[in-house]
Design a protein around this ligand. Structure first.
Ligand code: FAD
Ligand code: FES
Ligand code: FES
Length: 1372
């Protein structure tokens, strides 16, 4: 064997050596970690590089330099074979419960930065990598306890990681706490210091870069000194070291087989294409020197095709650092900055430049790199067989797709001097700029359109004007074949003196060129972006006196002083200005000791093991012997007869063990997959499928991958003959009277006399319409279950469920078993948000059915696409309203007709009308009448999602208020204020739920918020800003919420063990919402009553254990925000019973011995046969079962009129939490819910095709908020509204209501758009006094831009031209 070549794959994970001689080459590192090792901290969140749950650290050793290189990767895309000689560190490798946790884990815990914990290990690894790499910089040594990292680097390190629970503020604080330039005063609520205490780094878990973590073990260093490359027939993996060797490898294949050869670099392309093809041979291109070079000469820079995007960025930044800034350096810096927004760091670290361009050339990938390099005039070197070929990038992109064995060797970026057109004698300037418009500013989102422009310009000798000597205008990613040069525009402009008129003509020309393909989404918007970007690039060059603003998109705006804190922070370490994501945040909480330790902001139970990745979620449970795996085959039709299932391949796919359909339901069982109190839903389609996405079959195979592949290969035969058309819209449902019944007690009651109210009105708005779409849960852990057959026809099912009790019932019914034969166990759930209440049931039931049939354990972990297809999500609806109001803004009557799209089965939909009406009644409408219909349609059934119905109800109220205000041309806040309830009107609207007068805190909350946020003063500042800025507008809005909650009966059980430790079981499930933490505090408080001296804290003695349906019955749903408090109350009742039993014993012992310790008391109680286990079923009485929650938010946003981008500058929230059971937990709920609400109102489009099949089915198409989309200033106050007799220790719910507050962002956006429209109308010379418009939900970039005028640039230029004409004619 050649030296340096290995036939075995050798690598290390957390210092442990692994050696493999055979492995399926398509195996990813994540598959290996999760199925072949004990390291489960890397999680599968998406499998496509878009979430960061699987991030681990990859370390490579360079024996020549004796250096270790560490960087993050997405383990879901990295192929195991590419890791020969590498070392992997996962979060449990940083620290764990056995060896001690790492300071990262401890600080995440202390800053309350982990809720469900599913994202946490990946985020910890992103941060760890940033810390490690900062240590390698030549920056000065930071003070002890800190890293060389800057605050903005700390935030940016986790920009590609998604978290659906926390809202990121707490994560940001945990990360910043390591930064050398952090101001500790600015860090948020944590357990390391209390208010007023010294904020000293010594209070934080100590960090030193000498943390003892060796990312590259010595044994591997020794081993790889002479063996680094894997060339293995067994693994079908080859690592050629020269182009010749590569050619001979390819040459050895028959031409027919070329498609069976996979050239691979980072394999991140898999994240987009998700091809499941089988390849005979994998060829790793990273070891061929020509493909890995970065070489600079006097005419340009060559970058090898296999160079990672991160390394290309480094090289370009390095080049741009040299000497005084020349055009070349500017170019490199711009390219590097743009590349920094591609994907996320853990992708860029392995994704190659060449891979990107090949994807763009061959498969129409919407590449950023192709566009920017096209404008830079790049060239490519290709190897086709034995022939070398040099092409311009444009020729490369325009060639027919190259075959799979054409090799891209390198890319050349020529220096500008080469491009410069030197025909002119004038002194010319070279300019380069690049643009991208994407839903997330920092990347991790494909752009709607990107552009890059090069220009050589010179000053015109006779005036101040600018001549365009040469131009390269590139546009891409707008749903077209590939990036293109706008040649006609270039030619049109070249050699001309730039003027407004010329620019206008050029833009008109451009519009005819940048035309997305047929059926492209947002086609007109994308074209308008092209115009905006060209305008932004050229307008500063137009000689137009002071008329044209200097810079609109990227530049500073007309010299208006922008709050420096908001715009940027200054990195003290390397003297550069970097944008800060979360520039400041404030949390105001009050800690009450009345019920100590209840009320303390204690850290989340289990947060450390969540951070280290040791916390066990369902998919982390080791596979039992002979375990099988399932995957659903889903219908793609909304209504059709199912004739049969075949496979794409002629034979049954590899590994398949069984196909479970409706036919496998045993005798005595039922075809049931879900149930609620309103009805049931079948597990599988029977003869008919009734919605696109319905499970038709369940493929069972030996691995999850084989099961998924088999499900993908399945072809369902349908037949539509003689079938009625499906009901796909609510209008069709009305036509066919296709409704679900709403029980009378859930049907909203009218208030007052609507006709009378309308008659009293001075103005009326009739038949206004609102449409609201759906939202997907995007819990980071997809639906999952493991079913294990047990003795005597029993079944144990581990299910990630918000309602194990229901899972037990459904499984038992499906299998035809008594309920006691089914045990459902749920320990923790990686985020639920309502999506794991009903929707977890078919998943658990299908596994149980397959396990029952095959008599083997069966598990499933749904892939993200299937999860998104089956989830249903929030209810879409159509609202029609009539509203009457007085001229002074007082509303006298409101009528609503609401059509709710419930999908195919009831699920919990009949409750939606009731849920909607509660928050909608937050205003005094005078009279309110409603007609709500729950429509049955051929869609997946919609289910409860955090604040189900409530968020829509609250939104409708605001939309009506906004409409009234704009009709009257009044300030919206004034109209809100006018219609806010007095306590008297509150009582009329909420009847029994309104409580006592002192409990109605909303007016005080609103006033307090106005003052704490400087709401009224900021109006003036915003007005000034809007006057001074043409292309950016700001808006502000203050919005109140009222949220009605129900407290439901809940069980609890507390047992005291011999050693004094305490075991607690509750009906509620820990979803990340901190239920266990509050329950633990309550148990410690309740039991602490026996030892009135208060010296003994029992908190650490309490363990809350998993829900088990055979141990604690009547667990019910964990939903509706009140499960924590009701579980706490059940525990308190148990503790009371135990305390009552223990007190006589304690008194006896006290008499004998003086003091009595807890341990002694419990030991003695055991000896004296005291019953040390108590259970209780808390049933709230009529006066405690329902109450109202109050809160308010002020949000300020800035919109960009050229792109439609919205930036949330600041949000202030005050939320009435009663007496918080745990302010840290409640704060996390408030911030997390608010940010989820931002997703609903601003970002998340959960779209279906015309058949109702979900098309937003991946992280590529569904964008939840990231750290760069949250408010730049985020201030939250938890208001302690004092003693509430009928609440659980005076507490109030926090899980869902704060989500409603996010409507403030939407309303502020509307305010900003109003300003934009005013400006737009002023260009037309029209009266801009008022404008009424509907702002859709979500208010995405295309939506905002459309309302600001897709043609706003043209209209602006037209207005300038017409002004010029007027001016000229006045001179004549
Ligand atoms: C989550 C995510 C987000 C992304 N966001 C963006 C974005 O915003 N903008 C953007 O521009 N890109 C984006 N990308 C694309 C990313 O840049 C590419 O996936 C990456 O550069 C491909 O490089 P690779 O080394 O992983 O290629 P691989 O996946 O290894 O290969 C991709 C394809 O190219 C072929 N190939 C690779 N190198 C060569 C070569 N030298 N010669 C011939 N064929 C070759 C392979 O055979 C394969 O068919 C994103 C990717 C991910 C996963
Ligand atoms: S699972 Fe790898 S990035 Fe989402
Ligand atoms: S804590 Fe981040 S996803 Fe749940």
């Amino acid at each position: 064997m050649e030296s340096g070549i290995g036939e075995k794959l050798v690598f290390a994970i957390n210092g442990e050596r692994f050696e493999l001689s055979t492995i399926e080459p398509s195996t990813t590192l994540l598959e290996f970690l999760r199925s072949q090792t004990c390291f489960k901290s890397a999680k599968l969140g998406c499998g496509e590089g878009g979430c960061g749950a699987c991030v681990v650290l990859l370390s490579k050793y360079d024996p020549v330099l004796d250096q270790v290189e560490d960087f993050t990767i997405s383990s879901c895309l990295t192929l195991l074979c590419s890791l020969n000689g590498c070392s992997i560190t996962t979060s449990e490798g940083l620290g764990n419960s056995k060896d001690g946790f790492h300071p990262i884990h401890k600080r995440f815990t202390g800053f309350h930065a982990s809720q469900c914990g599913f994202c946490t290990p990946g985020i910890c690894m992103s941060l760890f990598s940033a810390l490690r790499n900062s240590e390698k910089t030549p920056r000065p040594e930071p003070s002890p306890g800190f890293a060389k990292l800057t605050v903005s680097e700390a935030e940016k390190a986790i920009a590609g990681n998604l978290c659906r629970c926390t809202g990121y503020r707490s994560i940001s604080d945990a990360c910043k706490s390591f930064a050398a330039d952090v101001d500790l005063e600015e860090l948020g609520l944590n357990c390391f210091w209390r208010k007023g205490e010294n904020r000293d780094v010594s209070r934080l878990p100590f960090y030193s870069h000498r943390d003892g973590i060796c990312t590259f073990p010595e044994f591997l260093k020794r081993e790889i000194k002479n063996k680094t490359l894997l060339n293995s027939k067994e693994c079908s993996w080859y690592s050629p070291v020269s182009v010749e060797e590569l050619q001979s490898l390819l040459g050895s294949e028959e031409a027919d087989n070329w498609t069976r050869v996979k050239l691979v670099v980072g394999n991140t392309g898999m994240g987009y294409y998700k091809e499941l093809d089988h390849y005979n041979k994998y060829i790793d291109l990273r070891h061929i020197p020509e493909l890995s070079i970065i070489r600079r000469d006097s005419t340009g820079i060559d970058i090898g095709a296999a160079v990672s995007i991160s390394n290309a960025i480094l090289a370009l930044k390095e080049e741009s650092k040299h000497g005084p800034q020349s055009y070349k350096e500017v170019l490199f810096k711009k390219i590097a900055d743009h590349m920094d927004k591609i994907a996320s760091e853990y992708i860029r670290n392995t994704a190659s430049l060449g891979g990107n361009l090949v994807m763009a050339q061959r498969s129409q990938f919407p590449s950023d790199i192709a566009t920017i390099l096209l404008a830079a005039g790049a060239l490519v070197d290709l190897q086709i067989g034995t022939k070398s070929l040099k092409l311009t990038l444009e020729e490369f992109l325009e060639s027919p797709p190259f075959d799979s064995i054409t090799i891209l060797l390198s890319v050349r970026i020529p220096f500008w001097e080469q491009i410069r057109n030197d025909s002119s004698k004038t002194q010319s300037r070279l300019l380069f700029e690049s643009y991208r418009a994407a839903p997330r500013t920092l990347g991790n989102a494909l752009p709607y359109l990107n552009a890059a422009f090069f220009a050589q310009v010179s000053n015109y000798k006779d005036c101040d004007g600018v001549i365009l000597e040469s131009l390269q205008l590139a546009f891409g990613a707008y749903e077209t074949k590939h990036a293109i040069r706008a040649r006609k525009v270039e030619e049109f402009l070249t050699g001309k003196l730039l003027s407004v008129g010329l620019l206008f003509e050029a833009i008109k020309l451009l519009q005819g060129i940048i035309v997305p393909d047929d059926n492209a989404s947002h086609a007109a918007y994308r074209s308008s972006l092209a115009v905006s970007f060209l305008f932004d690039f050229l307008c500063p060059l137009v000689d137009n006196g002071d008329e044209i603003p200097n810079g609109g998109i990227n530049g500073a705006i007309n010299g208006f002083p922008i709050d420096a804190k908001v715009e940027s922070t200054y990195d003290k370490l390397d003297n550069t200005i970097r944008p800060s994501l979360l520039s400041s945040a404030k949390q105001v909480v009050e800690v009450l000791r009345d019920y100590h330790p209840v009320g303390e902001p204690t850290t989340k139970t289990g947060a450390e093991i969540q951070a280290s990745g040791e916390a066990v979620y369902v998919d982390d449970i080791p596979a039992p012997k002979d375990c099988l795996y399932g995957a659903f085959v889903n219908s793609t039709r909304p209504l059709a007869r199912v004739k049969g299932i075949t496979f794409k391949s002629s034979s049954i796919p590899d590994g398949v063990v069984g196909i479970i359909t409706v036919k496998e339901i045993p005798k005595g069982g039922e075809n049931i997959g879900a149930r609620s109190i309103f009805g049931t839903e079948p597990l599988f389609a029977d003869d008919f499928t009734r919605y696109a996405g319905q499970p038709i079959a369940f493929m069972v195979a030996d691995t999850q991958k084989h099961a998924n592949m088999a499900a993908n290969c399945a072809v369902v035969e349908y037949d539509n003959e003689n079938l009625e058309p499906p009901v796909l819209t609510v209008e069709e449902a009305v036509e066919k009277s296709s409704f679900f019944e709403v029980p009378p007690f859930l049907n909203p009651k009218n208030v007052g006399n609507f006709s009378k109210g309308m008659a009293e009105a001075d103005h009326r708005i009739l038949s206004a319409e609102i449409k609201l779409g759906s939202q997907y849960y995007f819990y980071m852990e997809t639906q999952t279950a493991l079913a294990v057959p047990d003795e005597d026809n029993c079944m144990i099912v581990y299910s990630a469920s918000q309602c194990p009790e229901n899972a037990q019932i459904v499984i038992a019914k499906c299998l035809g078993l008594p309920h006691h034969n089914v045990r459902v166990i749920t320990r923790r759930v990686g985020g639920g948000f309502g999506g794991k209440a009903i929707k977890s049931l078919p998943v658990a039931t299908a596994c149980a059915l397959a396990a029952h049939k095959l008599r083997r354990p069966v598990r499933i972990y749904l892939d993200r696409k299937t999860d998104m297809m089956m989830a249903g999500g929030r209810h879409p609806m159509k609202i029609n309203y009539n509203v009457g109001f007085k001229s002074n803004g007082i509303i006298t009557a409101l009528h609503l007709d609401v059509l709710i799209n419930a999908g195919i089965s009831e699920d919990v939909s009949p409750v939606i009308p009731h849920n909607m009406i509660g928050p909608l009644k937050k205003y005094n409408w005078g009279a309110l009448s409603v007609d709500m219909k729950v429509c049955k349609t051929n869609h997946s059934s919609k289910s409860a999602m955090r604040a189900p119905g409530e968020v829509q109800g609250s939104y409708i109220a605001e939309a009506v208020i906004e409409h009234v205000a704009s009709t009257l041309s009044m300030e919206v806040d004034f109209v809100r204020d006018k219609n806010l309830h007095t306590f008297e009107s509150l009582k009329v609207f909420y009847e029994g739920g309104s409580g006592e007068a002192f409990e109605y805190t909303l007016p005080s909350v609103m006033d307090r918020l106005a003052s704490s946020s400087n709401f009224h003063q900021r109006f003036e500042v915003i007005r000034q800003f809007n006057c001074c800025n043409k292309w950016k507008k700001r808006g502000i809005s203050r919005v109140p919420i009222v949220h009605d909650v129900m407290v439901r009966p809940t069980p609890g059980k507390v047992s005291l063990l011999n050693d004094g430790s305490v075991v607690v079981e509750v009906g509620g499930i820990e979803l990340g919402q901190g239920l266990w933490t509050k329950v633990k505090q309550m148990a410690a408080f309740g039991l602490g009553q026996v030892l009135l001296d208060g010296n003994c804290s029992l908190l650490e003695r309490v363990r809350v254990i998993q829900a088990d349906t055979l141990s604690l019955v009547q667990g019910g749903f964990t939903a509706g925000s009140t499960t924590s408090e009701s579980s706490c109350e059940a525990v308190r009742l148990c503790c009371n019973a135990l305390v009552e039993r223990l007190i006589p014993l304690k008194e006896r012992l006290q008499e004998k011995m003086g003091t009595v310790s807890w341990d002694m008391l419990i030991l003695q109680a055991h000896l004296e046969a005291v019953n040390l286990s108590a259970s209780a079923y808390y049933v709230p009485d009529i006066t405690s079962a329902r109450y109202l929650n109050y809160g308010a938010a002020v949000s300020e946003v800035e919109i960009d009129l050229l792109t439609g981008a919205t930036m949330i500058l600041r949000t202030d929230i005050i939320y009435d939490c009663g007496q918080s059971l745990n302010p840290a937990v409640d704060l996390g709920q408030i911030e997390g819910a608010f940010v989820q609400g931002i997703g609903f109102f601003m970002l998340e489009e959960y779209l279906t095709n015309s058949d109702g099949l979900v098309v937003s089915d991946s992280t590529w198409t569904y964008k939840i908020p990231t750290i760069d989309t949250i408010p730049k200033q985020f201030n939250v106050e938890i208001w302690n509204s004092g003693h509430h007799q009928r609440r659980v220790l005076s507490s109030k719910a926090s899980g869902e209501p704060p989500l409603l507050l996010a409507v403030s962002v939407h309303c502020a956006t509307r305010a900003a758009i109003k300003e934009a429209r005013k400006e737009l109308l002023s260009w037309n010379g029209s009266d801009a006094s008022h404008s009424t418009f509907q702002l859709e939900v979500p208010a995405t970039m295309p939506v905002v831009k459309e309302l600001c005028g897709l043609d706003n640039v043209e209209r602006y230029l037209e207005s300038l031209l017409s002004n010029q004409q007027k001016l000229n004619s006045s001179y004549e």
